[in-house]
Design a protein around this ligand. Structure first.
Ligand code: GLN
Length: 537
């Protein structure tokens, strides 16, 4: 029987529920359990696909093309549980399903209401992840307890425990214990209030995970337990991970989170062997003791916003772990680019993006990387910028551009695919999700992957224009990978350059700390080479 864990958050937002949920998922997997993870987000957008990175950070894309919250990136980096569109729900998506059914007359003339129709749909979303081979489903509820929008979700998980049996559902509440410097104490009152709100709606948390700057002592733990109506051993501290997010699972394990979960469901008879975390200790060891340091410039529209390129930054770290180098990222907003900022970097990465702001800066950065022979990695729009740059400066097509930025350009080297020409709907209409690519075996990228057949995730509308393929090829741009039918260009590279690769897809969505993506690995290895006589630090 599949067990369910619900993770809610209280006191303030941005407490790291996603990381905590992902860490617990990883610990349970390490104990031999098969898990699935999902996030329920209370906002009204159908998915985050149409939201600005300023609002919501990056849009994380799954194999099946679902455009999701960046917390799902944590889930995939920490665990191997398969994620699909059923792993990501919003109020908008729940209501859309209910309203579609209403229009079809499926409610047989009844008044359609939040309870039971919306809550039933939420429960269906949770149940959709159950299965014969699934031991535990972890469901994270976005937002903070007390928000108006979260209420139907909380009501639904309360009912879910009633339907499924309380012994099969575990409620974890993540809260903050603020530290008052003046009195030198951790304050528990906000946590008490947050739990009392949950209890008012019928949810008694079984475990409290407390974010804190300082360790909890037994007196504080007992006090929280007493006021929040749980055993004090179920009050688990989660101290701020100052060094790396990859410390979080280890800290939680040391404070017994996974142990408590096992005891709750299985009375400690099964899955009681502590998880083997050797690989994670190795990650931390490598992060703590790098042999070198490289600086990578990330030239993008949102370079100063830490969550906008979350998966890219994580992937760079993963490659750093593998190569035992500290990767220092220099975020450079592309609309303020000054080439002197690129002088001492060991690699230049131009990430994906939409809209024309800052594009010329990105193209300049590509040119600098090409001419100065600095390792270059272009991702999606970054690859498109590389094609534009090459067309302008090597072919001499000074007006070369993407029709996204200049619809009537004389040289549309990047243009819309036919299927995209008449699309007016903004959500979920791009080329999305995993698609196969075939690489040529003489390419740099083949060396990285060690395979000619790969599959990577996409999220774009515009494509390399095949009308320019021959000319670009004749001038030295290698078409290193295409769709299996050869029609869509997926990878370009420059052979006479230490490492110059542009990919139409998003490799950053498939990198894990224990398994870095081969292209990020290759890029960082090239950056280390470029640094050459690196100093040992
Ligand atoms: N704006 C470009 C396109 O739609 C690139 C998209 C991206 O970088 N994700 O094709």
């Amino acid at each position: 029987m599949t067990k369910h864990i619900f993770i809610t958050g209280g006191v303030v937002s941005s407490l790291g529920k996603g990381l905590t949920a992902a860490s617990l998922g990883m610990l349970l997997e390490a104990r031999g359990l098969s898990i699935r993870m999902q996030k329920l987000d209370p906002y009204l957008n159908i998915d985050p696909g149409t939201m600005s990175p300023y609002q919501h950070g990056e849009v994380y894309v799954l194999d099946d093309g679902a455009e999701t919250d960046l917390d799902l990136g944590h889930y995939e980096r920490f665990t191997s549980g398969y994620l699909s569109k059923n792993s990501s729900w919003t109020t908008g998506k729940i209501y859309r399903n209910v309203l579609r059914r209403e229009r079809k007359g499926k409610y047989l003339g009844k008044t359609v209401q939040v309870i039971p129709h919306i809550t039933n749909e939420i429960k269906r979303a949770i149940r959709s992840l159950r299965g014969h081979h699934v031991d535990v489903v972890l469901t994270e509820i976005g937002g903070t307890v007390g928000d108006i929008e979260s209420l139907p979700f909380l009501e639904a998980i309360r009912q879910f425990a009633l339907d499924t049996g309380r012994e099969n559902c575990l409620f974890i509440h993540l809260t903050l214990l603020p530290y008052l410097k003046s009195s030198k104490e951790l304050k528990t009152k906000p946590t008490q209030h947050s739990v009392s709100r949950l209890r008012q709606i019928g949810i008694q948390p079984d475990i409290l995970v407390c974010r804190t700057e300082h360790s909890l002592n037994n007196i504080e733990r007992d006090k929280i337990g007493l006021f929040c109506n749980l055993e004090s051993r179920n009050v688990i501290e989660e101290k701020d991970a100052d060094f790396s997010i990859y410390e979080v699972p280890i800290t939680l394990q040391q404070h017994g989170l996974d142990q408590r979960v096992i005891e709750f469901f299985w009375r400690n008879l099964e899955y009681r062997n502590p998880p083997d975390l050797t690989a994670w200790f190795d990650i931390l060891d490598r992060l703590r003791h790098p042999l070198h340091e490289v600086t990578i410039a990330v030239v993008g529209k949102y370079a100063k916003h830490k969550d906008a390129y979350k998966s890219i930054y994580e992937s760079l770290d993963h490659a750093g772990i593998k190569n035992r180098v500290n990767v220092r990222v220099r975020g450079i907003p592309s609309d303020e680019l000054d080439l002197s900022q690129l002088k001492e970097v060991n690699g230049i990465l131009v990430p994906g993006g939409f809209g024309d702001r800052g594009v010329e800066g990105k193209i300049e950065a590509v040119r600098f990387a090409r001419e100065q022979k600095i390792p270059f990695f272009g991702i999606c729009l970054g690859m498109q910028c590389a094609v534009i740059e090459f067309s302008r400066n090597i072919l001499g097509f000074h007006e070369a551009n993407s029709t996204e930025f200049e619809p009537t350009t004389r040289h549309p080297v990047i243009t819309l695919m036919d299927a995209q020409r008449n699309v007016t709907d903004k959500g979920g209409t791009m080329r999305l999700g995993s698609q196969p690519t075939v690489l040529i075996s003489t390419s740099q990228v083949f060396k990285c992957y060690g395979n000619t057949h790969i599959s990577e995730r996409h999220r774009h509308r515009f494509e390399f224009n095949n009308n320019y393929r021959e000319q670009l090829h004749n001038h030295g741009l290698l078409i290193a990978g295409t769709s299996p039918d050869g029609k869509l260009v997926e990878v370009i590279e420059l052979p006479n350059h230490p490492w110059f690769v542009g990919v139409q897809y998003h490799p950053e969505f498939k990198s894990q700390p224990t398994k870095p993506h081969p292209l990020f690995d290759g890029f960082i290895a090239a950056a280390v080479q470029q640094h050459g006589k690196q100093k040992i630090i």
